[in-house]
Write a protein that binds this ligand. Sequence first.
Ligand code: GDP
Ligand code: IMO
Ligand code: MG
Length: 414
Amino acid sequence: MNLGVVGLQWGDEGKGKIVDYLAKDFDLDVRFQGGSNAGHTVHVEGKKYIFHLIPCGVLNKKVVGVIGAGCVFDPEVFFNELNDLKTYDLDIRHRIKVSKFCHLIMPYHILLDKIREESKQVIGTTKRGIGATYEDKYGRVGLRIGDLFDAESFKEKLRVNISRKNHLLMDIYHAEPLSDSEIYDKFMDFADRLKDMVVDDSRYVHEAIDAKKAIIFEGAQGALLDITYGTYPYVTSSHTISGSASIGCGVGPHQIQDVLGVVKAYTTRVGLGPFPTEDKEDTVLRDKGQEYGATTGRPRRCGPFDASVVKYSARLNGVKKIVLTKFDILSGVETLRIAVGYTNGKDFDPFIAQDLTPVYEELPGFKEDISAIRTFDALPDEAKDYVRMIERYTGLVVQYISIGPDRDAVIVKK
Ligand code: GDP
Ligand code: IMO
Ligand code: MG
């Protein structure tokens, strides 16, 4: 069976930890959208890994990682990440495949993202060039990994692109122009180092399906950052919901049999944009949960769990079962709160998200350290009530509960 794993809030729900935990039962781990804006953290045997582009399932030694066509690809980040893994004695070059259809994040995309963020167009992006690269993809002027292998034609496409971008850089942003020869040389070197890993991802994944291999699809970001259904314009530039897994590596929707949603036991968001349950005074969740971005180090905004947000996201993803993460962080919070609706809106709606006023239900908290518990029954009664309350107000089944960053810190509930 093939399984999608997606975030149901604003990203950083703990997808990395869950994909790594589940990956032992899979042969392929496919990233299908986004790029190095993602930061997926995994803790195994006392070591901490942060993955931006490489699918994190590769920490399981039989898993092949696939970077699918829906991703945007920064070769610099990719090779740095491969090297970082080598410092942990993990050489995965024979277990990583990259789609020739991925659009390349070029230095001018990163530059434009930074310049825009520092001028008027402020979204609070990760400044990794994501939006500018997808703009070129949909504007039909982008450069793809497959283009790298025809050097002459790549040179010409690059020249045209840089000349366009230099107009923009100089005339609109009053910045220095870029030189194409330096970028060309750098990318030819990347091409050489990449060539053995480049595949037609759709063919590769279909061959795996035919060979009865099991595939996990690793989502990045979260449903509320989806380019269409998220809190637009404060979103990322890709489709972050489960349907994206199909177009992001060339498989049919029916070939992904199930989708699991990952949900933090409270809510966080990094970057700008509406967040109905944000607690601007919070320091407890941020400090205890170490809520700082894995990619940019920025402090994450924190607040209580919002059942309507999760219900909205679950629908977009066709999700019925969820994983509740970071539950251990709530221990010691005297009164737990869950937003169960809004005073001025029936359901979550991104068009009015900035005006929604949550209605909270309160529950007594639990004091015990729950990080060593491995069964639902052994949880304190207050903790069980919190989980049941989430199930009641979201209409979803909590299948797993994560109670620590380590791989084995998981309670299987059903
Ligand atoms: P992702 O982007 O969805 O993969 O999530 P991130 O890696 O950006 O952020 C999740 C953070 O929470 C990481 O630092 C994880 O190591 C950590 N984490 C994940 N699950 C748990 C958990 O159940 N308890 C605790 N304490 N930390 C967790
Ligand atoms: P993972 O996969 C949390 C946010 C940025 C910004 C917006 C647009 O680790 O959950 P972008 O650089 O994509 O153009 O930024 O999206 N963002 C994330 N927030 N987790 C992520 O990924 C994110 N990737 C992008 O903070 O608000
Ligand atoms: Mg993250």
